[in-house]
Ligand binder design. Structure first.
Ligand SMILES: [Zn+2]
Ligand SMILES: [Zn+2]
Length: 191
């Protein structure tokens, strides 16, 4: 059966690791367009239809084919059930601030460490909107948290009119002299 994939889509699917035969097999199953992948929806289902498919290829294909909202479901916990070796986003790994133990994939900010039982991430205060919480970012306004020790500097830069997203970067990149200068301004402001 002929597929309705465009030449570009066929080439993309091949780049994701599908062979010509697998493309034909998809077609004979009725998977003939990008939208058909949406009907399949999850890596688990895709692998049930095509048990020979390499799970990593399946993950790459779905990542490309699915709209962003469906992607999370497909490559979330269900995906790791299908094949625990799939690493969807290793860069998001969270390590406990107390014992440095790596937290499981379903970790959400605020969870207790699976190893030592303490709060895996310290509670931070947002320099931008003042709310507090665990994690790397403020859940209220999305600002990246700065070190607690740097909070006064972040507030100063905020008063200077720096954009929310620039402040954590600026502080991370600041040399010790630059920080000392900022601290000088903080102290003068307190008088
Ligand atoms: Zn821990
Ligand atoms: Zn905030």
């Amino acid at each position: 059966m002929a597929t309705e994939f465009s030449l570009l889509e066929r080439n993309i699917l091949k780049a994701k690791g599908l062979s010509e035969e697998q493309l034909a097999a998809l077609g004979s199953m009725g998977v003939m367009s990008r939208a058909d992948f949406e009907a399949i929806g999850t890596i688990v289902t895709l692998l049930e239809l095509f048990p020979d498919l390499d799970p990593e290829v399946a993950a790459r294909v779905l990542e490309w084919a699915l709209p962003p909202a469906a992607r999370e479901v497909a490559t979330g916990p269900a995906a790791s059930l299908a094949n625990p070796t799939i690493v969807v986003d290793a860069s998001d790994a969270v390590f406990c601030a107390n014992c440095n133990h790596k937290q499981p994939k379903d970790y959400t900010p605020g969870d207790l460490c699976v190893n030592c039982g303490r709060q895996a991430e310290p509670i931070e205060q947002c320099f931008w909107c003042g709310s507090s919480g665990p994690g790397k970012r403020c859940r209220s306004c999305g600002a990246v948290f700065v070190r607690t020790a740097d909070l006064p500097l972040a507030l100063l830069l905020r008063r200077d009119g720096l954009p929310k997203d620039d402040i954590p970067r600026r502080l991370a990149e600041a040399t010790s002299e630059e920080k000392e200068e900022l601290w000088g301004r903080v102290r003068r402001a307190r008088i």
